[in-house]
Design a protein around this ligand. Structure first.
Ligand code: ADP
Ligand code: MG
Ligand code: MG
Length: 213
């Protein structure tokens, strides 16, 4: 029997947690250039809590929706900081697009990605070019949607979109921050990528890698 969608979600958080743990110090250093240096810590704390909540939900027989909603609340409660609230909102919107009975198909996942981006933009108010995680989320959404529309399976679409996300994260180095804590120190930030953009691309890559298996 193939793995349930809920177990795949749990494993996705486990892969993200491992990747974030490895990158925690580097993300903190990146955030310290123009921010307060806590981004690596906040991401590992949020993701760890999300993983614990997802694992509990799977143990209790929860489906995909229940598992992702539990993970979203866990993340939002534990992470702290701007990115924690935004990640919680984005994951919550994703989970609300799923149901407990079926494995989400490509069209459902496209809707979930759109809902996540809309929730993050509504809460944070950032647009493309403001040097935030939105500068990864929007190109990721566009490539994922295009790949699914072109007939790719979700795992292949995710791999294609992960490459776009990584390039988009690096490209934020050329931008000046117009949102969040980094704005007052915009000049220092120039030449360095946005920490929230880098961590999002890292998480997408981790999920793409684990879903391929
Ligand atoms: P804090 O700034 O509260 O310490 P973090 O350091 O965890 O929070 O997260 C900083 C990241 O959050 C930034 O690098 C950026 O990607 C993201 N961010 C900040 N403000 C916004 C916003 N308004 N919309 C979207 N993302 C944002
Ligand atoms: Mg910070
Ligand atoms: Mg902070």
């Amino acid at each position: 029997a193939s793995k349930s969608a809920a177990a795949a979600i749990r494993d996705g958080f486990a892969a993200m947690a491992a990747a974030l743990h490895t990158a925690e110090e580097a993300l903190g250093r990146l955030d310290a250039i123009a921010g307060d240096g806590d981004h690596g810590r906040g991401m590992t704390r949020g993701c760890g809590a999300a993983l614990a909540a997802a694992a509990r939900a799977v143990e209790q027989g929860g489906g995909a929706r229940t598992t992702l909603l539990a993970a979203a609340s866990g993340w939002a409660d534990a992470a702290g900081g701007t990115s924690g609230a935004l990640w919680g909102a984005g994951l919550l919107a994703c989970g609300a697009c799923l149901d407990d009975a079926t494995v989400p198909d490509g069209a459902t996942l496209v809707r979930a990605v759109h809902a996540a981006a809309a929730a993050v933009q509504e809460l944070g108010g950032a647009n493309a070019g403001d040097k935030t995680m939105i500068d990864v989320l929007l190109p990721f959404r566009a490539q994922f949607t295009d790949s699914i529309t072109a007939g790719a399976r979700p795992s292949a679409a995710l791999r294609q979109a992960a490459v776009v996300a990584r390039d988009a994260a690096q490209a934020t180095a050329a931008l000046r921050p117009r949102r969040g804590r980094a704005r007052p120190l915009a000049e220092r930030s120039l030449g360095n990528p946005d920490p929230g953009a880098v961590s999002l691309a890292l998480c997408i890559d981790a999920i793409a890698t684990v879903l391929k298996e």
